[in-house]
Design a protein around this ligand. Sequence first.
Ligand code: NAD
Ligand code: UDP
Ligand code: UDP
Length: 320
Amino acid sequence: MSFSSKRIMVTGGAGFLGSHLCERLLERGDEVLSVDNYYTGRRTNITHLLSNPRFEALRHDITHPIYVEVDEIYNLACPASPVHYQFDPVQTLKTSVHGAINALGLAKRLKAKIFQASTSEVYGDPTLHPQPESYWGNVNPIGLRSCYDEGKRAAETLFMDYHRQHGVNIKIARIFNTYGPRMHPNDGRVVSNFVMQALRGEPITVFGKGNQTRSFCYVDDLVSGFMKLMDTPDDFLGPVNMGNPGEFTIRELAEVIIEMTGSTSEIIEKPLPPDDPKQRKPDITLAKEKMGWEPTITLRAGLEPTIAYFDRLIKDNVID
Ligand code: NAD
Ligand code: UDP
Ligand code: UDP
């Protein structure tokens, strides 16, 4: 073991974002412990890291206490796509709330710095556009998305209260839609759905008229932001928005993906899910000012490796 490198725990380390974060921390020279119950994450996301002597993977459900020794914690454990988080809503809430309590309890005992992967969903269906961090949101507390939205809001509260009450060194990132290789092909999120449909020549399912907007951040940009946020001065806690401010309608996204894959798929309309936000675009002024961070990878540049990843999954027939 090296005494100069940091020991970093990543909950949700086998997930889409977590596996990229583990990879980047290892590249920087840190020791990394992935803690994951493989609910939505996959071991294949981290198989390539297992030969690294500075990497360790622990199967553990973060709703239960965990006793390890680390210097920093990134708390990413939580199903992120609506299909997955609505499958077992009670477990989703437990993961956000009990998971945050356990991760914060660990941080408190160890005096370790701790990062929370929050979400733009804390803004709900926003009445203000784009959303600055000072906006309190417009969340339905009893709807189908509430287990995720309110769980993440409660987790933010816990982080702030552990900071105020126990002096825990915290960082909160509000993440906007992010895409890239290792997204789950069947998780129902728009980028993975459209790319898989285009590659298979199946109809592209636009929900509603497709004039709702989203902003799509490529995973490499986002992970750089996570690491920058962790290294900001202790008095900067966030919450800070992280995402790509480029705004596209869902129909535009479908058209770009059809063009880039050279697909013959047609676009069809399906019913809009309940509580589906009409617009979402991050205001990243704070991240620019406090962290000198902004995304640099365009939608087309990020879609290229993403399409290549899904294409490989289909060709190798390894979709679970
Ligand atoms: P993901 O589903 O790929 O990863 C989540 C990981 O957490 C998975 O590996 C899963 O197995 C693990 N996990 C779930 N419940 C757990 C539990 N109880 N104990 C231990 N591990 C558990 O999703 P992702 O896209 O990588 O998201 C990671 C984090 O970022 C989540 O907290 C999510 O809410 C947040 N986020 C993601 C996005 C995005 O666009 N991808 C946007 C906003 C917020
Ligand atoms: N906890 C943990 N690992 C630790 C320290 C605490 O998992 O190293 C858990 C602990 O089981 C508790 C939670 O974190 O349920 C919150 O800890 P805290 O110290 O805030 O609360 P308390 O133990 O006083 O209830
Ligand atoms: N969407 C769509 N077709 C799909 C999947 C999603 O039109 O096959 C839409 C969805 O209704 C939403 C947007 O794409 O307006 C983004 O959905 P996603 O589930 O990726 O993330 P959200 O931002 O809603 O959490």
